[in-house]
Design a protein around this ligand. Structure first.
Ligand code: AMP
Ligand code: ZN
Length: 469
């Protein structure tokens, strides 16, 4: 399995630190609003990476944080006249609902920044002790960027260029820094803001330190994969590396994965630019499985433009898979039990080829676009070769293959069969006839069949009543 590593700018063979195990950290959202579909891209992409690794037999320890203390959360809390935690708790709950609706699995651990302040203070103390950080006169603690020799290795920037680019910082009020490149680890409280005690001043942590600390606490000093959107490469991930490696003296993460942006008219979707749709907005028009399909129809390192037309194309693509599975289920309901014929055995071997194609695409830096093409080929093959005379074993094998590949992509493609009222009434009548004729086996069979379709029967004095389970 090959992964493109932002650190080396190359695809590299994936070799886990511990055989059979993957330690993975994905930077999560800042929770001050409903998430937009740009935020959903890393969620869907890295959930798919996790699912593929699990399918390959790895045990994945997947950690993703919620940033629950930040200027924007505090601003919103002041506007609403509530505590910051009221805002963050509300939007964490909403975010979890959106994740579930997009079939994004909950992380093994979802740590909250505000629960980890102790660990942050500890790491900052260690950095001060080692000379990598210092306290300015107003109590702010800065990371001494030039003290970390390898600063810039992830974003491939050199310090001199950064120095030029950051000159404006010197006049932005942060003039207590020793150097324009230094960044905040701890800052003094402001009136009306949440704060914590620390050896330097009452205050709160800078943003970058939280991920270094949570990653260490839940996954250890060295992890396999660290991931997020490409806007996080610099400065967030660069700063995380500096903090973690300076404090722990070990390589922080082996593989750095970054998804490209979800754009609208070639501009990054973002809350600040106001060009965004929330996941909730999209759910009013589309099944979120279609949004998931849309995200995976491009490679995660390619920019993706959001448009109504592409969503319609995604809808058609997704429905093509759903229809094929529905058709297989229909045939399964009518097929006779029986062994696989010789021809069917050969066909199944051929079908294996599409699974192999899917695996090859995913092994090549999680190329979900090609993976989905392989699913389409399998679907076309199933539509061509499954028929009224197919055996149950053959139909089941094809269906299971489609479901497995779709499940790796996190796509739910088997819909609970919708049974219409007329059909229920007809079956109830048939059951009553069967009972009258003392054919209790058939009567029970009908009850079970209805139960499977989510219909509960109740025999009452006034006759049979039914409801949907
Ligand atoms: P934020 O809440 O802004 O910190 O973002 C949470 C995650 O969403 C980060 O991994 C960001 O890189 C990612 N993200 C934000 N906007 C976009 C976008 N338009 N396209 C892709 N990823 C994004
Ligand atoms: Zn982070």
């Amino acid at each position: 399995m090959k992964i493109y590593n932002t650190l080396s700018k190359k695809k590299e063979e994936f070799i886990p630190i511990e055989p059979g195990k993957v330690k993975m950290y994905v930077c999560g959202p800042t929770v001050y609003n409903l998430i937009h579909i740009g935020n959903a891209r890393p969620m869907i992409v890295f959930d798919t990476v996790r699912r593929y690794m699990e399918y390959k037999g790895y045990e994945v320890n997947f950690v993703s944080n919620f940033t629950d203390v930040d200027d924007k959360i505090i601003k919103k809390a002041i506007e609403e006249g509530v505590e910051a935690s009221v805002i963050s708790e509300r939007y964490i709950a909403e975010c979890k609902k959106d994740m579930e609706a997009m079939n994004v699995k909950p992380a093994t651990t979802h740590p909250l920044a505000t629960n980890e302040i102790c660990g942050m203070v500890e790491m900052i103390e260690k950095l001060v002790e080692k000379g990598h950080a210092y306290k300015a006169a107003d109590g702010t603690v800065y990371f001494r960027t030039r003290s970390f020799q390898e600063y810039g290795k992830l974003s491939h920037k050199n310090l001199e260029d950064l120095q030029g680019g950051n000159r404006s910082l010197l006049v932005s009020g942060e003039d207590q820094k020793e150097d324009a490149l230094d960044f905040v680890l701890w800052k003094p409280k402001k009136e009306g803001e949440p704060y914590w005690e620390s050896p330097w001043c009452q205050g709160r942590p800078g943003w970058h330190i939280e991920c270094s600390v949570m990653s260490k606490r839940y996954l250890g000093d060295e992890i396999d994969i660290h991931a997020g959107g490409e806007d996080l490469v610099f400065p967030h991930h660069e700063n995380e590396i500096a903090q973690s490696e300076a404090a722990n003296g070990k390589t922080f993460a082996r593989y750095w994965m970054h998804n490209a942006f979800l754009n609208i008219e070639n501009r990054k979707m973002s809350k600040s630019a106001g060009n965004f749709f929330t996941v909730r907005d999209i759910s009013e028009k589309y099944d979120l499985q279609i949004l998931r399909f849309f995200m995976l129809s491009a490679h995660y390192r390619s920019p993706l433009n959001f448009s109504g037309e592409l969503m319609e194309a995604a809808k058609n693509g997704y429905e093509r898979i759903v229809t094929s599975v529905t058709n297989l289920n229909y045939l399964l309901g009518r097929a006779a039990a029986g062994e696989l014929s010789r021809e069917e055995k050969e066909l199944l071997q051929e079908a294996e080829g599409f699974v192999k194609k899917f695996d090859e695409a995913m092994d090549d830096d999680f190329n979900t676009a090609d993976g989905i093409s392989a699913i389409f080929e399998l679907v076309k093959f199933a539509n061509t070769h499954a028929g009224e005379s197919s055996s149950i074993a053959f139909l089941t094998a094809l269906k299971e293959e489609i479901l497995q590949l779709a499940d790796i992509c996190g796509l739910i493609v088997e819909k609970a069969e919708e049974i219409l009222e007329d059909e229920v009434e007809k079956l109830i009548l048939e059951r009553q006839e069967a009972r009258k004729a003392k054919n209790f086996a058939r009567a029970d069979e009908i009850r079970d069949e209805l139960l499977q379709k989510g219909i509960l029967l109740e025999d009452t004095r006034e006759g049979v009543k039914w409801k949907r389970a």
